[in-house]
Design a protein around this ligand. Structure first.
Ligand SMILES: [Zn+2]
Length: 112
């Protein structure tokens, strides 16, 4: 990737205000052992959100990585980090999303 991923926002637990996170702490144990690199994006869920105009040709676009994790104090899952990077919109889209018909999977049962 051309642009380095960068952290743009962190949040504390929306319930208790702690910044201790379950998955983060496990990852940090591995960082301390030297097994993982620093600043690895980890959490209980990660969503990638590509921001682009599908009506215009586009080779690369901003991609936000929204990371949720579980509070180590109270168990609330919340959005704890938003990181920004650059991605290719085609790689983020399902087949057919940039025009043409979407390809439906064939299911072995009737839905109708
Ligand atoms: Zn909490």
């Amino acid at each position: 990737m051309a642009e380095k991923e960068r952290l743009i926002k962190t949040f504390k637990c929306t319930n208790c205000g702690s910044n201790r996170r379950v998955v983060r702490e496990v990852a940090d144990e591995e960082v301390a052992k030297g097994k993982f690199g620093e600043d690895l994006p980890v959490g209980s869920h990660q969503n990638l959100i590509a921001i682009f105009d599908p009506r215009k040709p586009c080779i690369s676009c901003p991609v936000l990585m929204v990371i949720r994790d579980i509070c180590a104090e109270c168990g609330t899952e919340y959005v704890c980090e938003v990181r920004r990077t650059i991605g290719q919109p085609q790689a983020m889209m399902p087949p057919g999303a940039l025009g043409g018909q979407p390809k439906h999977r064939d299911f072995p049962f009737s839905t109708g």
